[in-house]
Design a protein around this ligand. Structure first.
Ligand SMILES: Nc1nc2c(ncn2[C@@H]2O[C@H](COP(=O)(O)OP(=O)(O)OP(=O)(O)O)[C@@H](O)[C@H]2O)c(=O)[nH]1
Length: 370
């Protein structure tokens, strides 16, 4: 048990130290607190000198709290919540079992068996929660750990319930099995949780480095990287690729008349509207202040002009409401494709930009191809 506590403390230390260096994840803090509570519960279980009921309630209550915190972290990891009511319930069940089998119908084996089986089931609930809401190596390792912990706690509790006085060979084997599996399960859970945290931070970093914070569209660097890939795949598959440059008309006037925050809202609106119309392989990127680029995989210039015209009309018909004001705006678009300028992304962007300026010169709120 000492090794188990030492290992849990070590991994908790890792979770906490990672939290100190970065803007930490809420689930990471909950898992760290849950681990500390579990260790404390285990240590209290081994403590002596306290009245039996107090000793058992403290130990099981704190262990229950540890698992409730870990389960809450797992739900948050899966973008869900676990209410305080559920957490209190999770802690109260082992307390009620302990009180019943100490005060009402005293039986140490029944108490140990039922609380063990209960903690086993809670570990399975943790595994099921993760399986429903997560994926990746970290999740697999953690699920294996929770399942192993659940099996060993449940089997040990179940055997004790059926054979309260057993001290035969089978009892020894079950004890040896659980003594081997529980620390192993704990190791899997701890490493799995750390892997899951690392993956979340990697996802966060990738988001920050590829997504434009204001509009949610790709940023310019991501456009260049992902756009090149689309070009390459399209060239190999002998498909056409179209590029559309989109620029909000008289945007300076919108900022000047309604204020910068309303201008920001207009940009967000445009981005959401465009994203809602894209197919999975298309790209939308914010190219500059009020300029966006669309990369449309598999479209030639004629089809891309039709798409652009439909988008232009959608923007023209929309009203943006922000800061208590209603704003209508229009966009000018330039369209080109690989059929005219080849599969060089930067060349296509620059041709689409030139076509867009033609649309501006011709009076704005229109689509030009070039
Ligand atoms: N609100 C807001 N404004 C921005 C942002 N980025 C750039 N702008 C503004 O966008 C405006 C662009 O103005 P211009 O380049 O003159 O273009 P325009 O007024 O749209 O005129 P045309 O393109 O010729 O129709 C500038 O006033 C920039 O300050 C942003 O993130 N938010």
């Amino acid at each position: 048990m000492l090794v188990q506590i030492a290992f849990t403390l070590l991994t908790t230390g890792l979770l906490i130290s990672a939290a100190l260096y970065t803007d930490s994840l809420k689930e990471q803090r909950l898992w760290a607190m849950g681990n500390i509570a579990s260790c404390l519960g285990l240590a209290l279980g081994a403590a002596t000198g306290l009245p039996d009921l107090v000793h058992a309630c403290l130990s099981y209550g704190v262990m229950g709290l540890g698992l409730a915190l870990i389960l809450r972290g797992l739900r948050i990891f899966g973008r869900q919540e676990l209410g305080i009511g559920w957490m209190v319930g999770i802690v109260l069940v082992p307390l009620a079992v302990t009180a019943y089998f100490t005060l009402v119908q005293p039986s140490l084996p029944a108490r140990l068996a039922l609380t063990g089986m209960y903690f086993g089931v809670l570990n399975w609930v943790c595994a099921a929660t993760l399986l429903r809401h997560g994926n990746g190596h970290g999740v697999s390792v953690t699920v294996v750990g929770f399942v192993a912990l659940g099996v060993s706690l449940f089997v040990r509790g179940g055997y004790l319930l059926v054979n309260p006085q057993a001290s035969d060979q089978a009892a020894m084997e079950i004890m040896n099995f659980t003594l081997f599996v529980i620390p192993l399960g704990q190791v899997c859970v701890m490493f799995g949780l750390i892997l899951m945290v690392v993956r979340r931070y990697a996802e966060r970093l990738r988001m920050l480095s590829t997504i434009d914070a204001l509009t949610g569209a790709l940023n310019r660097a991501a456009l260049e990287l992902q756009g090149q890939r689309i070009m390459q795949r399209a060239r190999q598959g002998l498909r056409s690729v179209a590029v559309v440059m989109i620029d909000a008309d008289h945007f300076k006037q919108i900022n000047d008349s309604f204020g910068h925050p309303v201008g920001d809202e207009v940009l967000r609106h445009l981005s959401v509207l465009l994203m809602g119309q894209l197919r999975p392989n298309d790209l939308l990127a914010r190219y500059g202040g009020e300029e966006f680029v669309l990369v449309l995989d598999g479209l030639n210039s004629t089809s891309a002009v039709n798409v652009a015209e439909r988008l232009r009309q959608l923007v023209e018909q929309a009203t943006v409401t922000a800061e208590g004001q209603s704003v209508r705006y229009t966009v000018s678009m330039g369209v080109t494709s690989s059929g005219i300028h080849g599969y060089n992304l930067m060349q296509l962007i620059s041709a689409a930009d030139a076509a867009m300026y033609e649309a501006k010169r011709a009076g704005r709120n229109r689509v030009h191809s070039g």
